[in-house]
Structure formats: C-alpha cells, structure tokens
Design a protein around this ligand. Structure first.
Ligand SMILES: NC(=O)c1ccc[n+]([C@@H]2O[C@H](COP(=O)([O-])OP(=O)(O)OC[C@H]3O[C@@H](n4cnc5c(N)ncnc54)[C@H](O)[C@@H]3O)[C@@H](O)[C@H]2O)c1
Length: 273
C-alpha cells in the first residue's frame, strides 16, 4: 500500500459502519492517524480496535458534544488535518406525509451536522497547516427520487455548503464532497431485503454493472484527502458506477412501498359469516 496520507491526522464521523468504517481502515492503511467517531460506542470502539486508533462516542447533531469530541481527538492526535463528515441516514415517505419532527431530524443529521463538523474542525485545521475536508452528499442530492424529500434536500445542501466552505478556506483547506451511489451498507440493507430483485435491477442499470461496496467510496475519499487531489476543491464527486447516467437510483421505491403498505393494510380480515 502506498502511504497517501502519511503523517495526516483524520477524524471520521459515522466511522463505526459502512462507508465510514471502510474509510477509517483505508486511511489508517495509507498512514493516517484516525479518530473514529460514531453514535454507537460499541461500533466506534470495534473499528478503532481494528486499526489501533481512538474511538469516540458522539452524536454529531449535538454541536457542543461534537465540538468537545473534535477538540479531544485533535489533542490526542497532536492536531487535525483531515475531516470526513460522513454520518447520515434516511427513510422514504411522500412529501406531505413526513412528520415535521422526522423532516427536522433528517435535515439536522445530514446537513446541519456537516456544518457543525466544519465549525468545530476548521479553526483547529487552520491553526495547523490546513488540510482537507470531505463531506458525504449523495446521488439523492444530485438526482432525487420521489420519497426522499428531507434527505435529498439536505444532501443537495451539503454540496452547496461544500462550495461555500471551499471558497472561504482555500488555499489552506480543500473542501470537497462525495456522492455515493447505491452502496451495500447497514443503511441500504433493509431496502434490499424489502424489495427482492432490486439489487439485480440496479446492477443492470449501472454502467459498471454492480452496486457499490463501502471500499469503492473510501477510495474516492482517500484520493480527495491526499496530495493527489491538490488542485481539486469545491467539487462534488459522484461515485456510483454510472448508475445515475440513466436517472435516480431509488426511482419507484415510494410507489413500491405504498403498494406494499396498502396490501398489508387492506388485506381483508376473515369475514365472520
Ligand atoms: N449506502 C448508500 O447507498 C449511500 C448512498 C449515498 C449516500 N450515503 C451516505 O453515506 C453516509 C454513510 O452511510 P452508510 O451507508 O455507510 O450507512 P451506515 O448505516 O452503514 O453507517 C452510518 C453510521 O453513522 C452513524 N450515525 C448515525 N447517526 C449518527 C449521529 N447522530 N451521530 C454520529 N454517528 C451517527 C451510525 O451509527 C452508523 O455507524 C451517510 O451520510 C449516507 O447518507 C450512503
């Protein structure tokens, strides 16, 4: 393995699973010290143990907690030069059916927490030699599908926030985002289980004829954090195997879910005669 991140000090949110976990592992393999941050203490600790790193339990939607976690991690590592704002999740529902609190929760997790991460980390990075920030956006922000309102809006917001931060922090800090396509993780597993056949369908539609693995996204993140990407900032890199060349990834998911729910609700009870 080359040492693309030799001497770097990185913090990864949502590092306990999926894309975050794969990125922590690749960053460590490429020579970086890594702070693994996750809502799940067990997950953060397990990944930290795998790579002999420090694990931190923190809710990224709680700004004071995140600020304290970022400061602690930077102190323990002797500085901070890479931030991967990656924690996130979603659900599917029709626009007017989203409960307001769910809208607020999803936007806070996928967009506000990215702002919180930059707010907490940028001053520390500027105190050092600068560095690189990568934020996780999504193809849902680039090519939204029905059913994804708060998630798609938040992820599109992440791409815009990335541009603003790139303008403000250059030349010291480069700021980019990645937009993963459909990747096999704990977040997407329920969809594959609910709709058998969807994986094969997605793979057929993707130019590269498969869905993504967490390592596919980790490779792009490490590239963006490395000196190989030294002239790249303010960009949103779509990493989807060519899936959105045809349209959005979860087109039809809302319709399928509503049909499924209707069938469940409308299944006629055994009528007493
Ligand atoms: N999997 C995909 O197909 C896909 C596609 C596009 C974008 N994404 C994005 O990639 C990122 C990672 O998703 P993943 O697929 O690896 O999912 P995942 O569920 O495997 O991992 C997400 C991690 O984030 C953590 N997390 C959730 N809420 C948190 C909080 N409030 N504070 C701290 N940690 C929290 C979870 O505990 C989990 O470990 C997310 O931002 C997601 O929106 C995923």
């Amino acid at each position: 393995m080359a040492e693309l991140l030799k001497g770097q000090r990185a913090l990864v949110t949502g590092g306990g699973s999926g894309i975050g976990r794969a990125t922590c592992k690749l960053m460590a393999a490429e020579g970086a010290q890594v702070a693994v941050v996750d809502l799940s203490e067990d997950a953060a600790r397990a990944v930290a143990e795998e790579i002999s790193a420090m694990g931190y339990c923190c809710d990224v939607t709680d700004y004071p907690a995140l600020q304290s976690c970022v400061s602690q991690a930077a102190e323990a590592m002797g500085g901070l030069s890479i931030l991967f704002n990656n924690a996130g999740s979603s659900a599917i529902c029709r626009v007017h059916d989203w409960p307001q609190h769910e809208w607020d929760r999803i936007v806070k997790l996928n967009l506000s927490a990215v702002f919180y991460g930059i707010k907490a980390a940028a001053p520390l990075m500027l105190k050092g030699k600068g560095g690189a920030i990568v934020n996780t956006s999504s193809i849902s922000g680039v090519r939204p599908a029905a059913g994804e309102a708060p998630y798609a809006a938040a992820k599109a917001g992440v791409a815009a926030l990335t541009c603003v931060a790139a303008l403000e922090y250059g030349p010291s800090i480069r700021v980019n985002s990645v937009s993963p396509g459909m990747v096999r993780t704990a977040m997407t597993e329920p969809m594959f289980e609910t709709f058998p056949g969807i994986e094969a369908d997605l793979a057929t539609r993707a130019a590269l004829k498969r869905i993504g693995e967490p390592e596919d996204i980790a490779a792009a993140v490490v590239f963006l954090c490395s000196d190989m990407a030294r002239f790249i900032t303010g960009q949103n890199l779509v990493v989807d195997g060519g899936l959105t060349l045809h349209g959005s990834a979860v087109d039809g998911a809302l319709d399928r879910l509503e049909i499924l729910l209707q069938d469940t609700i409308q299944a006629p009870p055994a009528a007493p005669r």
